[in-house]
Design a protein around this ligand. Structure first.
Ligand SMILES: Nc1ncnc2c1ncn2[C@@H]1O[C@H](COP(=O)(O)OP(=O)(O)O)[C@@H](O)[C@H]1O
Ligand SMILES: [Mg+2]
Length: 432
């Protein structure tokens, strides 16, 4: 087939489209790209992949397929087939994007590296990342997540990883899967896509480690990461200095992001580098260039530089709330405030998972400010002297908190995206 046009890139969003891109009109939860084809072409798209020609400009350069998601997936499969470099795929309950960004840095120190944008890890994010993969890059890092059970295996087969990483198995999204065993099995299904002779990088300290290894294909090499890899470590409020054994090579690195969870992601990333046979020493040195990603631990000051804000407004699960509270505890401050919004997608486990954080809050924070119906269970579970306030939602909590903060405070703001904790971050930032 001869195409009616030539494209240099792939886009699904007119806001970020670059001239020469193929615009793929996807129908997703948030809208139908077919409504934006005219605008994409006006912005210089080389052409558009569509499944309906209804209402298209007469002279539009169109590639008409039965279904644009299937079309994008086919483009991704083609790009994977053509690719000569090595692919790393990353899944897990928490830490996928963190590990993916660390791998982007580590592998960029070793060769030309392509990595997924943002958290593009679902049924369209993975094909899009693959479709965008330059044929001549040395490495590609693909994040694989799930909205529905059964999604990871086909996405992993599409990505065809040389190395598959499982960062963690935790109760995040347990509402969809029902049990930690089911979550472990779903994460382990990434192993089905690993190429012959490839490797798996798995979390040795996780209680479900054996359940993960049980799903390895014959011939897949196993590398594990965990606390025992660390030979020496000093942690401070800004980060950690780590000496670690990575598959027999001793490396030293500075992590400019505080917390043991960041070290865990770094160990996972470095083991993936080792599995690829790339230079782990160079990769470890490059990690000092990693900084927390927006909404996931970025630290700022407010009240004229006299108070500290930890912005964790991007998402929350029990594991990541605990990790963030541990970071709050390390902050130099007169008072530590935990400002928590509901953790979503926990189904029947919601009340229990929220209340179970009481110990961690008591250990790390002087006061809890909470919002959302599920956080009420946590609020009621902490000792009375820790109860700052509970409000219905973040909009109601913001002014209460703004009235309560003072110089010398360190404030952690965390919740699932749907809890809209960003409203509180904005309110505190306005108190510059
Ligand atoms: N190993 C870990 N254990 C606990 N929390 C973690 C871990 N890795 C990352 N986090 C935290 O979890 C949240 C989500 O991290 P992210 O890397 O975006 O995960 P994902 O892409 O899997 O959703 C952030 O607050 C991050 O700091
Ligand atoms: Mg992610």
């Amino acid at each position: 087939m001869t195409l009616p046009f030539h494209a240099n890139g792939v886009s699904i969003d007119t806001r970020t489209l670059r001239p020469g891109d193929l615009f793929v009109a996807l129908k997703t939860e948030t809208g139908d790209g077919h409504a934006h084809v005219a605008q994409a072409l006006a912005k210089g798209a080389a052409g558009a992949l569509v499944h309906t020609q209804h209402d298209m400009p007469d002279d539009a350069k169109l590639l008409v397929v039965g279904d644009t998601l299937a079309g994008l997936t086919a483009l991704g499969a083609f790009a994977r087939e053509r690719f000569q470099g090595a692919v790393v795929a990353v899944t897990g309950s928490v830490g996928k994007t963190t590990t993916k960004e660390m791998l982007r840095i580590c592998l960029s120190a070793c060769g030309v590296t392509h990595a997924a944008q943002a958290s593009y890890n679902n049924h369209w994010g993975v094909p899009l990342t693959l479709a965008r993969m330059p044929a001549d890059a040395d490495y590609a890092v693909i994040e694989i997540g799930m909205n529905h059970p059964g999604e990871i295996a086909p996405l992993s087969r599409l990505a065809g990883p040389d190395v598959a990483v499982v960062t963690s198995v935790e109760s995040a999204h347990i509402g969809h899967l029902g049990s930690l065993d089911a979550i472990a099995d779903e994460k382990a299904s990434i192993l089905q896509g690993v190429l012959q002779g490839g490797a798996a990088v798995l979390p040795r300290d996780n209680p479900r480690f054996a359940r993960l290894t049980a799903q390895m294909q014959a011939g897949t090499r196993l590398l594990t990461f965990g606390a025992a890899d660390v030979r020496a470590c000093t942690e401070d409020a800004d980060g950690s200095d780590v000496t670690a054994d990575i598959a027999g090579t001793i490396v030293r690195f500075r992590m400019n992001a505080p917390g043991k969870h960041m070290i865990s992601s770094a160990l996972a990333a470095l083991h993936a580098v080792a599995a690829l046979g790339a230079d782990v020493v160079r990769a470890a040195e490059s990690l000092s260039g990693f900084a927390p990603v927006a909404g996931r631990g970025v630290r700022r000051t407010f009240l004229g530089g006299k108070a500290t804000l930890l912005d964790e407004s991007y998402n929350a699960s029990a594991a990541s709330v605990r990790a963030a509270l541990a970071v709050l505890k390390m902050q130099k401050a007169q008072r530590r405030l935990a400002v928590l919004g509901d953790m979503r997608e926990l189904g029947d486990h919601s009340a229990r998972e929220h209340a179970a954080l009481a110990d961690a809050v008591g250990d790390s924070a002087d006061m809890l400010y909470a919002c959302g119906p599920w956080m009420k269970f946590l609020f009621d579970a902490v000792p009375p002297h820790c109860r700052g306030a509970h409000a219905e939602d973040s909009v109601a909590l913001a002014p209460i908190l703004a009235g309560a903060v003072r110089e010398g405070d360190a404030v952690l703001v965390k919740g699932s995206l749907g809890s809209r904790m960003r409203v509180i971050v904005d309110a505190l930032e306005a108190m510059a």
